[in-house]
Design a protein around this ligand. Structure first.
Ligand code: NAD
Ligand code: WQD
Length: 338
């Protein structure tokens, strides 16, 4: 019995592969490497000393998916595969809906044909939109996403919810991630964005390594203690561990369940810069520029449901994540390309 991990070569996927293997689970990875490298899978093997198959496969290719399900005894799918760049999704909405929503529908058809009815899905705190008060709770109204990427997550949540209503044999876990940062402490796997990073932590790390001159802080006039945006930054290893808990739960309970995966703590942009500087002894030059369109002031999770039901909570601090991000960045300045 194995867990199929779609997008398993990616940032969160590769860390989840490590934690699944460390928890004694067998895994099979599929990925089309649109935003990753098969080298990440080799590094997962080196970290864990465990072997597993990784297959080049697009989740929109139903025939190939059917072959994967026919070749391995899969009991659950952890579904990371998707495109995730917010700005790009505004330029290429059709590609994002096709890849993320279309790909998920094709995957669900292949799962149904194979009789596999357990899925753990990578959703996002972005589905809470900009109107809810913090901390965000799983039962709050969702919607009001500000970009096609976020809307793909909303649509997929709706599709999976409807599926569980229609067929009581399905078991789905919708995991709403807050802001994943950090890297495995080995420094062997981490986040490897294409081109100039959009997200804060990889941007800071590339300033630290000298690839970028300075950080632009997007606005200091938000309704927050220091005026900069506040987010719930979760160490990717904690996040990866959350998938092991969610997977065990989904394999034993039917229906659709939703969990926030975050720390429950809000950290501002300036706080994160300070944490990086103190964890690594490196100064991060920055300049304050106007707000980035679509950004909200504050986002952090109510994490009580994940603790009470899954028995999971985060263990690592923002400083741990800053140290591990830097360890990955300085050892792999060009991601998996060197
Ligand atoms: P990532 O880009 O590193 O990983 C996604 C993986 O999916 C990549 O390896 C990519 O090559 C693969 N992929 C994309 N389209 C595919 C397709 N059609 N067929 C097969 N493989 C495909 O991103 P990540 O940060 O690891 O994110 C993983 C998941 O979590 C994504 O669904 C993302 O939307 C979601 N998520 C990420 C964040 C974040 O900030 N990183 C936050 C919330 C949710
Ligand atoms: C964090 C904070 C910025 C870059 C995005 C997606 C979301 C989710 C996670 C997938 C904000 C500020 C950033 C920079 C800055 N992804 N910032 N200078 O926007 O919370 O979430 O990634 O689901 O859907 O929207 O993350 O890391 O981009 O920004 O000042 O160069 O850092 O304004 O306050 P965000 P982020």
């Amino acid at each position: 019995m194995a867990i199929l991990i779609t997008g398993g070569a990616g940032f969160i996927g590769s860390h989840t592969c490590v934690e699944m293997l460390e928890a004694g689970k067998e895994i099979v990875v599929i990925d089309n490497y649109a935003n990753s490298s098969p080298k990440a899978c080799e590094r997962v093997k080196a970290i864990t000393g465990k072997d597993f198959p990784y297959i080049e496969c697009d989740i929109r290719d139903e025939e190939k998916l059917n072959k994967v399900f026919a070749s391995y005894k899969i009991d659950a799918v952890v579904h990371f595969a998707g495109l995730k760049a917010v700005g790009e999704s505004c330029v290429k909405p059709v590609e994002y809906y096709d890849n993320n929503v279309g790909g998920t529908l094709t995957l669900l058809k292949a799962m149904k044909s194979a009789g596999v009815k357990t899925m753990i899905f990578s959703s996002s705190a972005t589905v809470y939109g900009g109107e809810n008060p913090v901390p965000f709770k799983e039962d709050m109204k969702i919607g009001g996403t500000t970009n096609p990427y976020g809307t793909t997550k909303l649509f997929i949540e709706n599709i999976l919810t409807d599926l569980c209503k229609a067929d009581k044999d399905w078991s789905v876990s919708l995991l709403r991630y807050f802001n994943p940062i950090g890297a495995h402490e080995s420094g062997m796997i981490g986040e490897a964005p294409n081109g100039t990073p959009n997200n804060l932590m990889p941007y800071i790390a590339q300033v630290a390594v000298g690839k970028l001159k300075q950080l632009s802080v997007y606005g200091n006039d938000y309704n927050t203690p220091d005026g900069t945006g506040v987010r719930d930054y979760i160490h990717v290893v904690d996040l990866a561990k959350g998938h092991v808990f969610a997977c065990n739960r989904a394999l034993s309970v039917k229906g659709c369940e939703i969990y926030n995966l975050g720390t429950g703590r809000g950290v501002s942009v300036l706080d994160l810069i300070k944490a990086f500087e103190s964890a690594n002894g490196i100064k991060i030059p920055y300049v304050v520029v106007p707000r980035r369109p679509g950004d909200i002031d504050v986002s952090y999770a109510d994490v009580s449901k994940a603790l009470n039901v899954l028995g999971w909570k985060t263990e690592k601090s923002a400083e741990d994540a800053c140290r591990d991000s830097w360890n990955w960045q300085k050892n792999n300045p060009n991601g998996y390309d060197n």
